[in-house]
Ligand binder design. Structure first.
Ligand SMILES: NC(=O)c1ccc[n+]([C@@H]2O[C@H](COP(=O)([O-])OP(=O)(O)OC[C@H]3O[C@@H](n4cnc5c(N)ncnc54)[C@H](O)[C@@H]3O)[C@@H](O)[C@H]2O)c1
Length: 250
């Protein structure tokens, strides 16, 4: 059995992706700082007969990620897929963002991706190759005034994805980014509450998309599953927009 590693797996897109990777035949190691959510995921997987274990870890912490990768080595299955989905966001005008908030967001959203990719690289190379999918955002391409560190982190993920794809292609490692539009997750719901009435904002956002509705986490998980599979064997360094036509809409 092959091994997949999914971060931010206690909630939303990461959670559905972890379940989908397990459904598609991987053993999935699901990672998150949210221990309660991670344990609930592991219980759901167990009751559905899926091969998934939860490992609590802060992906921005060098020591905790070292421990995580020692654990992965002990599992002795070839690591062939890594999905980096963990992220946080704050809302503020650029001029009002504290240095602490800026550092925290870049650390959790961007530095962690570099850490995880680097640590996964040697295991993947030993396994004969693998696929990395970094969850970026439409904000890497088009954004608004309240989420500048988040936007910078997502733009950074897209650029880092290209750099790693170029560096590691000849080692058999493909690296791609998925740029979701609005997807119904706890993160999106809290974003809506930060700007206005949750249900009103939800309806407004859906109406602005070409498909006329907000997306579901499984619709991102399916694209991630494809990118990790051999059906995407010639896809690397790509940014795949999965936004219901949000950025196509004038
Ligand atoms: N939901 C959307 O509309 C949307 C749109 C574009 C991009 N995204 C991206 O999709 C990804 C998943 O977002 P979501 O909406 O599912 O969010 P979510 O808040 O539902 O899930 C994010 C998970 O990341 C975990 N996490 C946060 N910091 C962590 C850390 N330091 N170490 C380990 N885990 C950590 C959280 O505990 C949480 O379980 C993120 O990268 C987000 O930027 C989401």
């Amino acid at each position: 059995m092959k091994l997949s590693l999914v971060t931010g797996a206690a909630s939303g897109i990461g959670r559905e992706t972890a379940l989908q990777m397990a459904r598609s035949g991987y053993h999935c190691v699901a990672v998150d700082v949210n221990v309660e959510g991670g344990q609930a995921l592991a219980e759901e997987a167990l009751s559905g007969g899926l091969s998934l274990t939860f490992v609590p870890a802060d992906v921005s912490d060098d020591h905790e990620t070292d421990n995580l990768f020692s654990h992965l080595r002990d599992i002795k299955m070839p690591l062939t897929a890594l999905v980096n989905a963990a992220a946080i966001v704050t809302f503020n005008n650029p001029e009002d963002i504290s240095l602490a908030d800026w550092d925290r967001i870049i650390r959790v959203n961007l530095r962690s991706v570099w850490l995880m990719c680097n640590k996964a690289r040697s295991l993947m190379a030993e396994s004969g190759g693998g696929a990395i999918v970094n969850i970026s955002s439409v904000h890497a391409w088009a954004t608004d005034n309240l989420v500048s560190p988040y936007t910078a982190s997502k733009g950074g993920i897209s650029a880092l994805t290209r750099a790693l794809a170029v560096a590691w292609g000849c080692q058999g490692i493909r690296v791609n980014a998925v740029l979701p539009g609005p997807i119904d997750t706890p993160l999106m719901r809290s974003n809506l509450r930060a700007v206005g009435d949750e249900e009103e904002e939800y309806a407004k956002i859906g109406a602005r998309l070409a498909l006329g509705r907000v997306g579901q986490p499984i619709e991102i998980a399916h694209v991630v599953e494809f990118l990790c599979s051999m059906k995407a064997s010639f896809v690397t360094g790509a940014e795949i927009l999965v936004d219901g036509g949000m950025l196509a809409h004038a």
